[in-house]
Write a protein that binds this ligand. Structure first.
Ligand code: MCN
Ligand code: CUM
Length: 804
């Protein structure tokens, strides 16, 4: 070897593979305004559609008079439920097994519900036309409080279901009941509570909020009457599922439907479900023969599309006097709004809420969930939630703090005492999950050392004494959280959407010159897949990431996949990518053996190619192999170098983390300032540490927003209060705290590269951490549980009530 020969490290670095802080390639276009979002797409003859929406939360519709609107120049058509009826499209199935009105069918059940779809030459005209449509209502009694939904005399919210005693998930107890879901051993849990030395019980509510991505939900539908083909561009987190649903509903054969998700300006779960706007734009294009675009405005997005949470969790823990947990009992009242359009895998009416035992070794547990209808916007699973894992983590992490308080124990020590231990993995939880891997004690200890936990507690003690002596008006809270996530839906044995198993896919094609195009069933909405997927391939195949193009979102070219949500892309599509690459590598090895005239078994992989064992001078790089695969393949082997993999994961992955928040609160103003926020995440093998850090920063900012102020509120009439950025708290750089990030690495034993998901972890762990900090600050004044969101007003009020 001469001096110019690159070292192994240099060759590895050139690939920018797994572990590299590779800069985000997609940002080149995003930061220069060159992204291609739905609203950037313009088609000849394109029309605009927009909705007339309900003023009322609950009312009969007596009459819709569109005559004045239809007379307005530029208005093409007005569609109501009457027009959709002959097509059978006035109702649509939801992902949760319910049905939902596409356009109000004689009644509205939440404020801003879609009543009519106006199609006009441009957006200005649709807006004017909407004002000219007269809707005559007859108001009905409204239910906004889920605790009143199942009162014997509660008004019937879903007359279409009247008399139905069973729903998609079993028996219904009441006309406003959706489902009851129970998991765990009820008797054994009851016994644990009977025998318990100490118990706690608290109603822990997670309020209604909304992910509010920068880009709202939108689509552009174009039906070609001659070819009988439908093209839909849309903000879809799961484009293939949208194609299948569109085909089933419209009866257009699936191969004649082209669903394309171009660049997406943030999804956060908001863009998983199917909305009335998609159906109406498609129908409008079929009816008019012209492309029709539908674009939500901010108020529509916040007040009608998939919200998050609205979970009311009555939580009980049984424990010994010295702080060993012996049982967990949780009952959830779940407010799903007017229709159950939750986007969980089909068999999971409450998502993965049964991860509620968290990071702790509960010998027994029981969970029951009652879903109910109210007069609010439908939805339920959105906002970095991992299918209700945010609710579960909030529930158990608040409850552990309440238990620590009752026991007079330090909350970190209580956690350390009850963690699932390293040697218990794979760990079978009392509510039915098999945690793949973890080292909770290591992560917690690292986090406690980094933040200087014991010193902080000493400082807090001194401050509390000073406060009581009247020397300061500032109190200090230390939020402790340790969460376990469950991501990577999922194994086909227990996860499907509308019967389609939740596998994912990758197709990798190497060109003769050794560059690559690869396509997946996942769809980035900002997570940086174009950057990180190329890194997996680079390491697996020894081709520099810069020579690899990643394409997602076009259902004509990408292999079928279930899309991006529930932090499933790395666990599922990421695995498919590695497996497809390995198929290619196997063939490459045969080609290399042929070229080097040795047996395949005499070869070994070396960063970017194969070399002869014991004779490293003789080697073939992947680039050389790629060329040969097209020009001189071994006899009997088909030319080309490409592979597809559909990956059905054997299990979910279980990322975890230890988060700490140090907060100073001025009791006279209610203003909380975040002194420090430290987040340690373990997502197994880290593909791109910089992207992980970005994901954590973003998720923590959203957690901060939710815990400290964001709320979708309703008044008693069912009016949405604060569905605009004037009131809905969206933190800017000014309010956002500084984040400190850290990590440990516990690879997933069943994932081909050992990676777990991370996208939602910071939200799952962040919200309880902020909330625990606020609660921790007020504990010494005698409070046990303060309801989120902790905005300045509520904090101030808490102080006042506690006599501070
Ligand atoms: N990653 C990594 N190493 C790991 C795990 C992940 O480098 N061990 C990288 C991945 O390669 C990917 C990113 O981190 O580039 C997120 O990966 P993953 O955790 O698999 O999550 P998904 O790609 O499936 O993204 C979904 C997740 C969800 S469900 C929500 S909600 C959310 C989130 O991602 N929405 C987001 N983060 C978001 N970030 C942006 N910018 N925009 C959104 O809409
Ligand atoms: Cu639950 S929000 Mo994400 O799964 O798209």
């Amino acid at each position: 070897m001469n001096d110019m020969t690159p070292t192994k490290e240099q060759r590895e670095a050139k690939l920018e593979g797994i572990g590299c802080k590779r800069k985000r390639v997609e940002d080149i276009r995003f930061t220069q305004g060159k992204g291609n979002y739905v609203d950037d797409i313009k088609m000849p003859g394109m029309l605009h559609g927009d909705f007339v929406r309900s003023q009322y939360a609950h009312a009969k519709i007596k009459k819709i008079d569109a005559s004045r609107a239809k007379a307005l120049p530029g208005v093409i058509a007005v569609i109501t439920a009457e027009e959709l009826k002959p097509l059978g499209l006035h109702w649509m199935p939801t992902l949760a097994g319910d049905v939902q009105a596409v356009l109000a069918d004689g009644r509205v059940s939440f404020q801003n519900q879609e009543i009519a779809f106006v199609i006009a030459e441009n957006r200005y005209i649709t807006d004017d036309a909407i004002q000219l449509i007269d809707v005559e209502y007859e108001e009905l009694p409204v239910i906004v409080d889920p605790f009143k939904s199942m009162a014997p005399d509660a008004p019937v919210l879903r007359p279409d279901l009247e008399g139905k005693t069973t729903g998609a998930h079993g028996p219904r107890k009441h006309h406003n009941h959706i489902f009851e879901w129970t998991v765990g051993d009820k008797e054994a849990t009851d016994v644990a509570f009977q025998k318990a030395e100490v118990t706690i019980k608290e109603m822990i509510s997670y309020h209604r909020t909304h992910p509010s991505p920068l880009e709202t939900c939108q689509c552009l539908a174009s039906f070609d009457k001659i070819k009988g083909e439908l093209t839909v561009y849309g903000t879809f987190q799961a484009p293939h599922v949208i194609r299948t649903v569109a085909s089933l509903l419209s009866k257009i054969p699936e191969h004649k439907i082209h669903v394309i998700a171009p660049d997406i300006g943030g999804g956060f779960g908001n863009k998983v479900g199917a909305y009335a706007g998609y159906i109406c734009a498609i129908v409008a294009s079929i009816v008019t023969g012209q492309p029709v675009k539908w674009v939500e405005d901010r108020i529509e997005n916040l007040s009608t599309t998939s919200f998050a949470r609205d979970y009311h969790m009555t939580t009980e823990i049984a424990a010994t006097k010295d702080g060993k947990v012996t049982g967990l009992r949780v009952h959830v009242l779940a407010d799903h709004g007017a229709f159950d359009s939750c986007a969980d895998p089909s068999k999971w009416p409450a998502g993965f809420m049964n991860i509620v035992t968290g990071s702790y070794d509960f010998p027994v547990a029981h969970l029951s969930v009652d879903g109910v209808y109210t007069n609010k916007a439908p939805g339920g699973v959105a906002y970095r939630c991992s299918f209700r894992v945010t609710e579960a983590a909030y529930c158990i992490e608040r409850a552990m703090d309440i238990l620590a308080q009752k026991l007079g124990m330090d909350p970190a020590d209580l956690r350390l005492k009850n963690f699932v231990r390293r040697e218990q993995f794979p760990y079978q939880s009392a509510l039915g999950w098999e945690y793949d891997s973890g080292d909770y004690h290591l992560a917690m200890q690292k986090a406690m050392d980094a933040i200087g936990y014991r010193e902080l507690r000493a400082e807090q003690k001194a401050k509390q004494a000073a406060f009581k002596r009247g020397e300061t008006r500032e109190i200090m809270g230390i939020g402790v959280t340790f969460f376990t996530e469950i991501v990577g839906a999922g194994p086909s044995k227990n996860c499907d959407i509308l019967g389609v198993a939740m596998f994912d896919s990758a197709e990798i094609r190497i060109h003769p010159t050794g560059s690559i195009i690869a396509r997946m069933g996942s769809k980035s909405q900002g997570q940086g897949h174009e950057t990180t997927w190329a890194q997996i391939i680079a390491t697996e195949l020894g081709i520099p990431a810069d020579d690899i193009m990643i394409e997602e979102g076009n259902t004509d070219t990408a292999p079928y996949g279930l899309g991006t949500y529930g932090s499933r892309s790395t666990p599922v599509a990421g695995a498919a990518i590695a497996m497809a690459a390995r198929k290619i590598k196997n063939k490459a090895q045969m080609i290399a053996a042929h070229l080097l005239e040795v047996s395949e078994y005499d070869l070994e992989w070396d960063v970017d190619g194969f070399r002869v064992k014991g004779n490293p001078e003789r080697s073939k790089s992947m680039k050389e192999i790629a060329w040969a695969s097209y020009n001189s393949p071994p006899p009997g082997l088909e030319p080309g170098l490409e592979a597809v993999n559909y990956y059905d994961p054997p299990n979910m992955t279980y990322p975890f983390g230890a988060y700490f928040c140090v907060m100073d609160i001025d009791v006279d103003t209610g203003v909380a300032s975040i002194r420090r926020f430290y987040a340690l995440d373990d997502c197994g093998t880290r593909i791109n540490p910089m992207i992980i850090e970005g994901q954590v920063h973003g998720g923590l900012t959203e957690a901060f927003a939710i815990a400290m102020g964001q709320e979708i509120k309703y008044d008693a009439m069912g009016n949405v209060v604060g569905a605009s950025f004037m009131d809905f708290f969206l933190p800017t750089a000014v309010e956002t705290p500084k984040w400190e990030t850290d990590f440990t690495v516990t690879p997933s034993p069943h994932h081909p590269i050992g990676a777990k998901g991370v996208g939602e972890s910071p939200n799952v762990g962040g919200v309880p951490c902020f909330s625990n900090a606020v609660n921790d600050a007020f504990q010494f004044l005698g409070s046990t549980h303060i309801q989120m969101p902790h905005d300045a007003w509520r904090i101030w009020e808490t102080g006042r009530k506690l006599g501070a």
